[in-house]
Design a protein around this ligand. Structure first.
Ligand code: Q9C
Ligand code: ZN
Length: 344
């Protein structure tokens, strides 16, 4: 399988985040991309597809904000990372507000997604890496992997959150549709619910979104990912949420995975976008599932057995030292033949 990343994805380097009332070191560190790139061989760089495929998902005002937010922050006399603190939860409406703090609130749903000097460049090139990987799958490869970082699945069409700025999975799903794949499925196996991806396709019956994640009753992002969220309008029934208890181990996890895979097969897509988060790992510092490294190989083999052309994008995974081997274990499972027998 071909692997894609761009060195500029390490430029985004926020210092700290608010966690349970304290400032802590930013979990989504630039080392995630550096270490994986250093320890796994065979990377290829990103081609530049421009902003057009980004605009198929995100509104222009949000993209413009991402590009100038850090400069506006500095112009306001601040230093360090731009972080919002006031959010228009009640009575949200399209106000044109000049002050950077108001804009940070308008375009985000949490305060744990800072904008640093290199944020736009990293997010941009991460999305381009995903689009580059998609080209190989469109060209006939069985699967490709993009080491997207920063991740994407918490970002909506006009908001950032959860360490995410550009929704890479949504961007490649829309790009695949533009290349003739009318029905696309997105499977999200990050520990956290992919609320941004869900929102983007909630009323869209042409993209099936399935997510297996920690129950939002106990885990971030809390306000999305509950089992009764199934889509609306033409998208009614094309969103599937499988919330799981925090202490999830491999055997019950696989039952949930198989139910999501069956639903995806029933939808009849011609392309799969896989949001792969390695934060389901037993040693992840901010998550609580109990999957081991070998489990990743088995999980990937089950997904590969769907037999769909698959574009894999990286989401979370914060046990940084273990990230290269976890990714490697996952991709090894995927490279088995689609109809290979899965060892249980
Ligand atoms: N620091 C992804 O895995 N937690 N995002 C914020 C505690 C945010 C995780 C509150 C977790 C976001 C892509
Ligand atoms: Zn996550």
């Amino acid at each position: 399988m071909r692997l894609f990343v761009d060195a500029r994805q390490a430029l985004h380097d926020p210092v700290r985040e608010l966690h349970n009332g304290d400032w802590v070191t930013y979990a989504e560190s630039a080392d995630r991309v550096r270490l994986v790139q250093d320890q796994l061989p065979g990377w290829e760089g990103a081609r530049d597809f421009g902003v057009e495929p980004l605009l198929a998902v995100h509104v222009p005002a949000y993209l413009a904000f991402l590009q100038r937010a850090h400069a506006d922050w500095l112009a306001a006399g601040r230093s360090g990372d731009a972080i919002g603190y006031a959010f228009p939860v009640v009575g949200r409406r399209p106000l044109k507000l000049g002050r950077i703090d108001a804009e940070l609130g308008s375009f985000s749903f949490d305060a744990s997604t800072p904008i640093a000097a290199g944020t736009w460049e990293s997010a941009y090139w991460g999305a381009q890496a995903a689009l580059t990987a998609l080209e190989t799958v469109i060209g006939g490869d069985r699967a490709a992997f993009a080491l997207c970082r920063p991740p994407g699945h918490h970002a909506g069409s006009d908001y950032m959150g959860g360490y995410c700025y550009l929704n890479n999975a949504a961007i490649v799903a829309r790009a695949a549709q533009a290349k003739g794949h009318a029905r696309v499925a997105i499977l999200d196996i990050d520990y956290h619910h992919g609320n941004g991806t869900q929102d983007i396709f909630y009323d869209d019956g042409s993209v099936f979104f399935a997510s297996i994640h920690a129950d939002p009753a106990t885990d971030y992002p809390y306000f999305w990912g509950h089992a009764d969220e199934v889509g609306e309008g033409p998208g009614q029934g094309t969103t599937l949420n499988v919330p799981l208890p925090r202490d999830m181990t491999f055997e019950p996890y696989v039952l949930a995975l198989d139910s999501a895979l069956a639903a995806i097969a029933g939808f009849g897509p011609t392309m799969l976008v896989l949001s792969f988060g390695a934060d389901t790992y037993e040693k992840d510092p901010i998550s609580h599932f109990k999957l081991g490294r070998a489990d990743y190989t088995a999980v990937a083999a089950r997904i590969a057995a769907l037999g769909l052309p698959t574009l894999i994008v990286m989401e979370g995974g914060y046990a940084v030292a273990d990230l290269p081997s976890n990714i490697s274990a996952f991709l090894a499972g995927f490279d088995r033949l689609p109809n290979a027998t899965v060892a249980d």
